[in-house]
Design a protein around this ligand. Structure first.
Ligand code: LMR
Length: 332
């Protein structure tokens, strides 16, 4: 009898200790991204960490931010997420084609007239539905994050599409972007973001497309003497988590974390345009890269050369999705 009592007391004590340690263990959210901290995405990630720390769940949730592909490149991060090794990421919308074809709409060249149109489309019923397009793969879309419009950088001036012919351009892992460069007889190469500087520096490639904030913070402008302000395509992100991780967050924690994320995304979206403007000015001030403005006629040549790409992908994306995105241009 006495032994039995002792045994059950020991079991009880062990149970209490286990419950205690489970309570004390913080939930870790590793946020992995590929850009520098001084970019819209880098700033948004830091803001999210700060807001969670200040919140009512600050002692239960630990946010760790890993910038500059320190933890994963965009080609591995979603797989790592599904394995539970990382909990948050915000890859470019161009990097999801293995998981869904619909998000390819965002890559269509010259689709959005400005960032207000992008915002309207993302907030529309179709745009919001696209946030759920990754769910069959176990990923949950938590919001869109802006960077901005892409520009073309190169080792030689690009004014008309024939200037790009025969040149090698690094692209993200997107068949639409591949078709876009093939449409001007250039040679696109799908490469991770972390390799771009080295590829440019060693002349393994001639150019690339990106926003001013990425061109500046990754120092591409130091090895690319020309940047054509083409605004030909969009670089935006989707903030994602694994559905399993997100839905398993305790009921008193998830809404607080979600609110912090929404606020951080709103903050990132607010500063994105200014970050790009400041990066452009810093590039001009450096004197290392010349920014080329296109005449309306020159720009129209790029539009005429690249727009046929839309038809190549309308079946995969869905004509209704493309039409909804186009409609957002006229609602402003
Ligand atoms: C790129 O690979 O060029 C971009 O997706 C990097 C980023 O996340 O802005």
């Amino acid at each position: 009898m006495r032994t039995l009592k002792l045994a059950s007391l020991t079991a009880l004590a062990a149970g209490v200790m286990m419950a205690g340690s489970a309570l004390a263990d913080p939930i870790t959210i590793k946020f992995s991204h590929v850009v520098a901290p001084n970019t819209p995405k880098g700033q948004m990630a830091e803001k999210f960490k700060e807001l969670v720390e200040e919140s009512s769940v600050g002692d239960q949730v630990d946010v760790e931010v890993y910038p500059n592909s320190q933890l994963y490149g965009d080609d591995q991060v979603l797989e790592a997420m599904l394995l539970g090794d990382v909990q948050l990421a915000a890859p470019a919308l161009s990097k999801f084609q293995k998981y869904t074809k619909q998000l390819q709409v965002f890559d269509l060249p010259f689709l959005f007239k400005d960032m207000d149109a992008v915002e309207r489309f993302q907030n529309s019923e179709t745009g919001q539905k696209l946030l759920t397009s990754l769910e069959p793969k176990g990923l949950i879309g938590l919001g869109y994050l802006h960077n901005g419009m892409k520009q073309l950088s190169a080792s030689e001036p690009l004014r008309v599409p024939s200037d790009a012919a025969g040149k090698k351009f690094r692209i993200m892992t997107s068949d639409v972007l591949e078709a876009q460069f093939e449409a001007v007889d250039a040679a696109p190469l799908k490469k991770p973001f972390s390799e771009v500087f080295m590829l440019l520096q060693t002349d393994a490639i001639d150019g690339q497309e990106n926003t001013y904030s990425n061109i500046y913070s990754q120092k591409f402008y130091e090895v690319q003497p020309y940047i054509t302000e083409s605004n030909h395509g969009l670089l935006d992100y989707m903030v994602v988590s694994s559905a399993r991780f997100w839905n398993d967050l305790p009921d008193d924690v998830r809404p607080v974390v979600e609110k912090a994320l929404d606020q951080a995304i709103a903050y990132g979206n607010d500063i994105a345009a200014q970050e790009n403007q400041e990066a452009k000015q810093a590039i001009i001030d450096s004197g290392k890269s010349e920014i080329i403005d296109l005449t309306p006629e020159q720009r129209q040549q790029w539009v005429d050369a690249m727009k046929p790409v839309w038809d190549q992908f309308s079946d995969e994306i869905g004509q209704d999705v493309i039409d909804a995105a186009r409609a957002a241009n006229n609602e402003g």
